[in-house]
Design a protein around this ligand. Structure first.
Ligand SMILES: Cc1cc2nc3c(=O)[nH]c(=O)nc-3n(C[C@H](O)[C@H](O)[C@H](O)COP(=O)(O)OP(=O)(O)OC[C@H]3O[C@@H](n4cnc5c(N)ncnc54)[C@H](O)[C@@H]3O)c2cc1C
Length: 429
């Protein structure tokens, strides 16, 4: 049984297509989400269906797989069973047995103990979150258009993105491009080019996973787009109409802003702690479970855990907290499928080893940074690399064609075809 049809889980399932096993894939959503492009849904550049692929469609030709829509809420490792809730027929508490279990539940955003901020500052982890953000961003421009008070209008045109990692950088860059290029001729009462986009990062630079040179280039590229990177600054409160931001020297500023987007702090899926408590082990501060070098739980060779929700103990006893990236989850997924195939043939498998192929982040049109095996590039070549890599890994031929077509149109026209507000709060007929 595989829990989670994301980057890790789907690789396990696909790489078992020729193995003599029956696979049950359980996911609480009926689609695989290509998270790296979700921010483009949030800013109207792509439609939701273009970054997601229904799991049943992805796996329809793989006869040894059964897909189940349900939420896994617990594990009985002694009886080799998982507990399923929120079944589509309304059922809950159903148990399902397994011979081998792979758990790949991913991660979610952590609000550093301020869960009350979640409502004001939505995050991009899910498709629903992205559509919520899209509604809020587009509604803010509409609100500015009908607002006669200058100060209030400014607050509608001020966007705060919390977290200067790749997602925060991408979001901030996209909002700035949306305001300055796509929308600038669409409104009559408001000049959207006056939009402020603040990117708040506690560390002393953005994109800390990249070498400092690329962080600084990315900062300059963002500034050119009209984003204000506030490095060394921390969001300390998020109220209904303002955000309190503290600088490194302790100065506090209350910024009037109606739209806040959360892209900071990641915590493992609760499935990691559910597995840990079923096994009597512990999770780390980010909620991650520690697995052995063959990605199984210690003394439970039949239970694998992979992806964002785990750290890997190396053969030499050190623990590797690999980055929360799709290639890590995919390589782990492929490795688990190999272990399972090897076991069926009575062969041993080498311990898991992550091959780091590099890091990419896009900032905006023709702007990106890439650190590929020590080669540092920025600007147009990095952006083309980013496009090719993302198209290559996007699931589904149809999605690739649709996305490349949309990107080509947007590149030429600077437009965004998916600028729909789907929740206006107005009464339906
Ligand atoms: C906005 C954003 C942008 C990103 N951009 C990049 C990028 O550009 N490059 C990159 O390499 N990485 C990027 N990442 C990180 C990358 O998406 C993750 O590292 C990767 O998805 C981890 O794979 P996974 O299999 O561990 O989890 P996921 O891909 O998140 O899959 C988890 C799956 O488990 C399912 N699930 C969770 N809980 C349950 C449950 N209780 N019951 C049933 N099913 C459950 C979920 O529905 C989901 O399908 C980004 C992440 C985000 C959020």
């Amino acid at each position: 049984m595989v829990v989670g049809g994301g980057f890790g889980g789907l690789q396990v399932v696909r790489k078992l297509r020729r193995a003599a096993v029956d696979v049950t894939l359980v996911d609480r959503q009926n689609f695989h989400l290509f998270q790296p492009l979700v921010y483009q849904v949030a800013t109207g550049a792509l439609a939701a269906a273009e970054v997601a692929a229904p799991l049943r469609a992805v796996l329809k030709r793989q006869a040894n797989v059964r897909v189940m829509l349900a939420e896994v809420t617990g594990f009985d490792l002694e009886r080799q069973q998982v507990v399923l809730d929120h079944l589509p027929n309304g059922g809950s508490g159903k148990t399902l047995g397994y011979d081998m279990l792979v758990v790949a539940g991913g991660s979610r955003y952590s609000y550093f103990g301020h869960d009350d901020w979640r409502e004001r500052a939505p995050e991009l982890k899910s498709l629903a979150g992205a559509l919520d953000i899209r509604n809020r961003i587009l509604t803010a421009f509409e609100a500015a258009e009908v607002e006669s008070d200058d100060e209030l209008r400014r607050s509608w045109l001020t966007f705060v993105v919390v977290g200067g990692g790749p997602t925060g950088v991408e979001m901030a860059g996209q909002i700035a491009e949306l305001a300055r290029e796509t929308l600038r001729r669409d409104f009559r009462g408001v000049d959207t080019r006056g939009t402020r986009v603040l990117l708040v990062e506690t560390a002393d630079r953005i994109l800390t996973a990249f070498p400092p040179l690329l962080s600084h280039r990315a900062e300059r590229a963002l500034e050119k787009l009209g984003v204000t990177p506030l490095v060394g600054h921390t969001v300390v409160d998020i109220g209904p109409v303002s955000v309190a931001i503290r600088s490194a020297d302790g100065e506090l500023e209350n910024v009037a802003a109606r739209t806040v987007i959360w892209a900071a702090g990641v915590a493992a899926s609760p499935l990691a702690s559910a597995l840990a408590s079923a096994d009597g082990s512990q999770v780390d501060r980010a909620g991650r479970l520690t697995v052995t070098a063959d990605l199984t739980l210690p003394d439970r060779p039949e239970v694998f855990a992979i992806g964002d929700m785990v750290r890997v103990a190396q053969s030499d006893g050190t623990i590797a907290a690999l980055p929360g990236l799709a290639p890590v989850a995919m390589q782990e997924g492929r490795y688990v499928a190999r272990v399972i195939r090897d076991r069926l043939r009575g062969r041993a498998t080498e311990p898991f080893r992550y091959v780091d192929k590099g890091n990419l982040a896009t900032i905006g049109r023709s702007k990106a940074v890439a650190d590929v095996k020590g080669i540092r590039i920025s600007g147009f070549p990095a952006w083309v690399t980013w496009l090719v890599v993302h198209l290559f890994y996007l699931i589904g031929f149809q999605n690739r064609v649709l996305v490349v077509t949309r990107w080509a149109f947007s590149f030429v026209t600077r437009g965004r075809g998916a600028r729909l507000i789907t929740d206006t709060g107005a009464q339906a007929d």
